[in-house]
Design a protein around this ligand. Structure first.
Ligand code: MV4
Length: 669
């Protein structure tokens, strides 16, 4: 037994933070590694020590075996936890750790090696008596053999790259005559992607569930399983929702799958945490798919129903201690769910979305494993998963409802996220009824981007009322000479403010003009697009407002910057820009200060320094989310300076130019 005193975590983001949490609780000193992009990241701030390992791209930092081993030596680390991804399933890294006398918190190289190859792992599993999908996984890769084997298997048929994983290099064939072409294409894809064109063939299982068993093994001959997770809800092989137990599991099936998973682990002399993936078909038969030789993203749902800390168990086993838990000690209590919050844009084919984090506001009443912070960045260099939300309840429905609530109380502003998509998916009947298979997302949303439909007018009404309130607060704070008739505290009853809203990045549901009538301070009647709503602001903190909208109480998480307002409502998030704010602010600034009304690309600047302009003249054109916005002169005057550059991105409120008024008789400073 070797006690770990200093643990280096060769990872970043939420999993680095997750591993450190347990290490710290055990009195183990933690060392983070970081790239240029992560110098101020939460995982670096959380660690006792941190070592810079290179530039932002992963192959210049988090994938550099030598740098990480050196970082461990320099910081006196006696063990390395690889997290998931990066070097976690890299046999050479595991080897480099042992060569350097450092404990690798993971399985032996041989297990990583065998399980990293679909043909080798399947042969090992068949030999161990683990049920596998009927197919061909031998060395003879001639076209003749593959074609005749495909004929024996029949259609539908899966052609998979032996070196592939997670759906890469996989082809589904429906017609026997397409087999030769599928083999040719799959082989060349595999050669390009993995430098290895070897293929396996399998009968295709239609609409299976993805059910995986968590296993644990120590170096004293104990191997146990901790039950299953159902990870059927995936989009292009990216998991989105995971849960435990599997909704259709029975004690008998669990026992059978558990034995198969333990046998799989024993067959490769496994040690530590591992996951054996199975396909579960409609008739209840299950088939080995692959084994992941790492701690998985979705391990928390197993922690929630078993009450075990899987990182603690990993460290225990890595130190050479016995697991200390027998199979009969493992009990499963209640139901747990996890959703993955991705910084991506569901409306734009789930394209990753990056940039400054204006606000990260995680819900209070759920376990949230995240690696981000307000003021930080979502970098384009790394995975777009930024947080996991985990709930646990007595029943599946209890866990599901808690999850919907947790999401409604969570906001990430800055990059776009899949938050609203997750809420929508959790409410789909197939999911509610526990019927989701691997076809769930394709069946419910199609293959491309997701359209969650038009916003309710209430959402715009809330936005308009809050814009009004925030503008008033800003004016008060700045104590500027604003026309009091613009503000609530005017004694004039039923004042009308006309606000024009342009949405940032979302299809406009209104003609853009919204009227805010002040009934009394904090109480508004909002009209627009032929609809109206009564909005009462009940309370407001720096990031959360409570409102009553048409008699219904709602909570809105918000972030305002300049004229832009981000809102996370119960089921939908929206971002709006107050277009009237522009002239109001310019009035405050004394006119002539031309700023960008929203984030976008400054396409053109149409006037030069020294030019004479008249009110209404076109000054510049800004492109924001595929729409062009003309920026017009608000006053007559002379262009004193042009501060912005055409062809470049510009942020809301950035200065474009200064115009000096014709008659300079009103100084505001
Ligand atoms: C399959 C299959 C059906 N039949 N193999 C996709 C990822 C890789 N781990 C294996 N995958 C599949 N293999 C046979 N013989 C269907 C899938 C599959 C899938 C599996 C798990 C979770 C989601 C999936 C989505 C599409 C296809």
């Amino acid at each position: 037994m070797t006690r770990i005193s200093t643990l280096l975590i060769a990872n970043r983001g939420e999993i680095a933070c997750r591993v450190m949490r347990t290490a710290k609780s055990q009195g183990i000193k933690t060392v983070a590694v970081y790239s240029d992009a992560d110098a101020h990241a939460p995982h670096v701030q959380m660690a006792d020590d941190a070592v810079h390992i290179g530039a932002a791209p992963v192959n210049e930092s988090y994938l550099l075996i030598d740098r990480i081993i050196q970082a461990a030596k320099d910081s006196g680390a006696d063990a390395i936890h690889p997290g998931y991804g990066f070097l976690s399933e890299n046999a050479a890294f595991s080897q480099a750790c042992s060569d350097a006398g450092i404990i690798f918190v993971g399985p032996p190289e041989k297990a990583i090696d065998v399980m990293g190859d679909k043909a080798r792992s399947k042969r090992a599993m068949i030999a161990a008596g683990v049920p596998c999908v009927p197919g061909y996984q031998d060395d003879d890769q001639s076209d003749a053999t593959l074609t005749s084997e495909a004929e024996k298997i029949g259609v539908p048929l899966m052609v998979k790259a032996a070196a592939g994983g997670g759906g890469r290099g996989m082809r589904l064939v429906h017609d026997q005559k397409d087999v030769p072409n599928a083999i040719k294409l799959a082989r060349s894809e595999a050669e390009n992607a993995f430098g290895n064109g070897e293929l396996i063939l399998e009968k295709a299982i239609i609409k299976p569930r993805h059910v995986e068993i968590q296993v644990f093994a120590d170096s004293h001959g104990h191997t146990i399983h901790l039950g299953e997770r159902d990870c059927s809800v995936q989009r292009r092989h990216q998991k989105v929702i995971e849960e435990a137990p599997c909704p259709v599991m029975t004690p008998e099936l669990r026992a059978e799958m558990g034995v198969a998973a333990v046998e799989a682990a024993r067959a490769v002399d496994y040690r530590g945490a591992g996951t054996v993936e199975f396909l579960l078909d409609q008739s209840g038969s299950f088939y080995f798919l692959e084994m992941n030789t790492r701690l998985q993203v979705e391990h928390p749902v197993t922690e929630e129903i078993t009450g075990l800390d899987l990182v603690a168990l990993q460290l225990k086993v890595a130190q050479g201690e016995p697991l200390g838990i027998a199979q009969s000690d493992v009990t499963l209590t209640g139901h747990a769910m996890e959703v993955r919050l991705y910084a991506e844009d569901p409306a734009d084919d789930f394209l990753p979305s990056t940039g400054h984090i204006d606000l990260w506001h995680p819900a209070q009443n759920a376990r949230i494993d995240s690696g981000i912070a307000t003021g930080g960045e979502v970098s384009p260099f790394y995975d777009s998963m930024v947080a996991k939300i985990i709930t646990h309840g007595a029943t599946r429905e209890d866990a599901r409802r808690q999850m919907v609530k947790a999401l409604s109380e969570t906001a990430l502003f800055g990059p776009k996220t899949n938050r609203d998509f997750l809420i929508d998916a959790l409410e789909r009947p197939d999911f509610v009824e526990g019927k989701a298979t691997t076809a769930f997302i394709a069946e419910n949303y199609g293959e491309d981007g997701v359209d969650l439909g038009a916003y309710e007018f209430d959402a715009f009404a809330i936005a308009a009322a809050m814009q009004h309130k925030l503008r008033q607060q800003t004016a008060h704070k700045l104590a500027l000479n604003v026309n009091p008739e613009l503000l609530d505290w005017s004694s004039t009853a039923n004042l009308q403010t006309v606000a024009q809203y342009a949405q940032l990045g979302e299809a406009s549901d209104t003609d853009g003009t919204i009227h805010v009538h002040v009934i009394s301070p904090g109480h508004y009647r909002v009209e627009g697009a032929g609809q109206e709503a009564e909005v009462e602001l009940l309370s407001i903190t720096e990031d959360t407002a409570k409102l009553r909208v048409n008699g219904r109480t709602v909570t809105a998480i918000y972030h305002a910057h300049g004229r832009n307002l981000h809102l996370a409502l119960e089921k939908r998030s929206l971002s709006v820009t107050d277009m009237t704010g522009l002239s109001a602010m310019e009035d405050m600034a004394g006119g002539g200060t031309v700023v960008a009304p929203m984030h976008g690309l400054l396409l053109e600047i149409l006037v030069e320094q020294g030019a004479t302009v008249a009110k209404g003249d076109k000054l510049a054109v800004l492109e924001a989310m595929k729409m062009q916005h003309e920026i017009l002169a608000e006053i007559d005057g002379t262009v004193e300076t042009v501060a912005a550059i055409a062809g470049k991105q510009i942020a809301a409120d950035d200065l474009i130019m200064e115009i000096v008024a014709e008659e300079e008789d009103e100084s505001t400073v």
